[in-house]
Design a protein around this ligand. Structure first.
Ligand code: 6GU
Length: 228
């Protein structure tokens, strides 16, 4: 998979993509991530990427030209399966969307800022508009990182068997059961006997029951929905 990200704060991506699973996936050649600075495509001498909104109102709007130049440049080199705009008024991201996007080969992510981007960019280029939840972030960068992380861990070969994505919370529609490691007695709090029993069938049943109970008590909405 190749992921290109357009942002006016490319430095923000330096931390999260250089550790742990994403770093390993890049080293293994399973994913290539390139961050591009929208400002590099600005037309004016001062490299402006935002301007006042027509019709007035608060906040600035990201200008169409620099974004269009950046997208056109990338589209001349790569064919994208999706051009995704990260925006609080987009469709709310979930595991189903993550599974869907993880099968794509080339993705282009556009991070918004200020009061939004010129609507004509959305009309002309954007294929998907995604929000990561019902709250407002300062920009789309953190959302792009979250989306990227959620997709990369689903690419075959990224996770070892021991951390299979198939056992994730949400992947089967249930939250994950509780987990324990040594010691078996922590300040008088014991690991459930069944996990020490060695009986694989009973352990599997226990985990399944725990997953259902956790989902019922914490996220009953997941049991109703059919969108995983
Ligand atoms: Cl994608 N962007 C911003 N700015 N805020 C958000 C969001 C995205 N998703 C939830 N809140």
């Amino acid at each position: 998979m190749r992921i290109d990200i357009l942002s006016i704060f490319p430095e923000m991506f330096e931390g999260p993509f250089h550790h742990s699973i994403i770093k390993r996936a890049m080293e293994k050649g399973l994913v290539e991530i390139q961050i591009h600075n929208i400002r590099d495509y600005a037309l004016s001498k001062h490299k402006n990427v935002d301007d006042y909104p027509y019709g007035g109102g608060s906040g600035m709007v990201m200008m169409a030209e620099p974004i269009a130049m950046a997208i056109d440049d990338l589209k001349s080199k790569f064919t994208y399966d999706a051009i995704i705009f990260l925006t609080p008024d987009g469709e709310v991201f979930n595991q189903k969307t993550a599974n869907h996007f993880s099968s794509f080969k080339n993705l282009l992510l556009l991070c918004g800022h200020y009061k939004g981007i010129d609507e004509r960019i959305r009309e002309k280029y954007i294929t998907h508009e995604i929000s990561i939840g019902d709250y407002v972030l300062s920009g789309g960068e953190l959302a792009a990182m979250i989306l990227t992380d959620a997709l990369i861990r689903l690419i075959p070969g990224v996770l070892g068997d021991e951390t299979s994505a198939l056992s994730d919370s949400f992947q089967d529609g249930f939250l994950s059961p509780p987990v324990y490691t040594r010691p078996s007695d922590f300040k008088g709090m014991k690991v459930p006997d069944i996990l020490l029993s060695g009986n694989e069938k009973l352990i599997a049943e226990w985990k399944f029951q725990q997953a259902i109970e956790r989902t019922r008590s914490r996220r009953p909405d997941l049991l109703q929905k059919d969108d995983i």
